[in-house]
Design a protein around this ligand. Structure first.
Ligand SMILES: Cc1cc2nc3c(=O)[nH]c(=O)nc-3n(C[C@H](O)[C@H](O)[C@H](O)COP(=O)(O)O)c2cc1C
Length: 265
């Protein structure tokens, strides 16, 4: 499938995680059909896939403590699945899943990546998962309640979880005075990527012929791979780069590097 770059670029700023949904607002059938289509068609890597499920959402999500922090009243969820034989499965699932999340955002739906607080065994009972595959994350899908509940506000530290580190803390390489315009635009988009517990585990090395994404080593693990977060940032970076006229290809790299976006000359 061709990536709708401008549509997804606009969705980057609009997206934010929502955990409590409006139980009285069913997902519009056209939106559900469009989402199912993108889940089936946006599969740029053979070992990463997404499945939309419209049943049993309550039993899939766990609270952080008791029912505190639990996703509530979602109408559907999407499972992000990877084949663990692939050495880059985490990055590929992050990249693929974020495409689906941005399309959901563009369709007016709300989402929240959930990597820790869900029950993979229940997801696996609802969809086919081979013995080489794992459900690495899920997202609820639906229309969020108009106003955030107190619990949601507490969960996000009253909006602080949407804050991001400045680029000055994340970037090395070519000095910024020498950056072409597209570099700033795509690093800003990568900076806005969501990550588990908002840990933002990425850094970027700007070079003459492209940008390398690295994993920063500090910060907690939360049972979710930092490389999955970096895959999400890769999708943001590429969407913004192409939207501003700079095409390129990804080359996966060994740890602590993640991948290089090599510009096409
Ligand atoms: C891979 C991944 C896993 C996440 N897991 C959870 C989770 O288990 N529970 C949860 O409530 N939020 C989870 N989140 C959501 C993050 O907390 C959220 O994206 C981050 O705080 C940034 O906020 P924003 O998405 O509103 O920009 C996860 C996010 C990512 C990217």
């Amino acid at each position: 499938m061709d990536i709708p770059f401008s549509r997804w670029y606009l969705a980057i700023e609009k997206r934010r995680s929502r955990r409590h949904f409006d139980p009285n607002l069913p997902i519009a059938p056209e939106a559900l059909a469009a989402l199912e289509k993108v889940c089936n068609q946006f599969a740029p890597f053979p070992h990463a896939r997404s499945r939309l499920v419209t049943e049993s959402t309550e039993s899939v999500f766990k609270g952080i403590i008791g029912s505190y922090g639990k996703v509530k009243d979602a109408q559907a969820f999407i499972a992000f699945i990877g084949n663990m034989d692939d050495p880059f499965v985490q990055e590929e699932v992050g990249y693929t899943g974020e495409g689906i999340i941005l399309e959901a955002t563009a369709l007016g739906l709300n989402t929240c990546w959930v990597g820790g607080f869900f029950r993979p065994e229940i997801v696996a009972s609802l969809i086919e998962v081979s013995n080489k595959e794992r459900v690495l994350a899920v997202t609820p899908v639906g229309y969020a309640r108009e106003f955030e509940s107190w619990e949601e506000k507490l969960m996000t530290g009253f909006g602080r979880s949407h804050n991001r580190l400045p680029l000055s803390k994340l970037v090395r390489g070519l000095p910024w005075e020498k950056w072409p315009d597209w570099v700033n635009i795509c690093l800003e988009a990568a900076r806005l990527a969501p990550s588990a517990a908002n840990r933002q585990p990425w850094s970027f090395d700007v070079q003459d012929d492209g940008i390398i994404v690295f994993v920063r080593t500090r910060g907690p693990v939360f049972n979710v791979s930092k490389r999955l977060d970096c895959g999400i940032a890769m999708l943001h970076l590429e969407v913004a780069a192409v939207d501003s006229g700079c095409k390129g290809e990804w080359e996966f790299l060994p740890s602590p590097q993640v991948a290089k976006f090599k510009i096409r000359s």
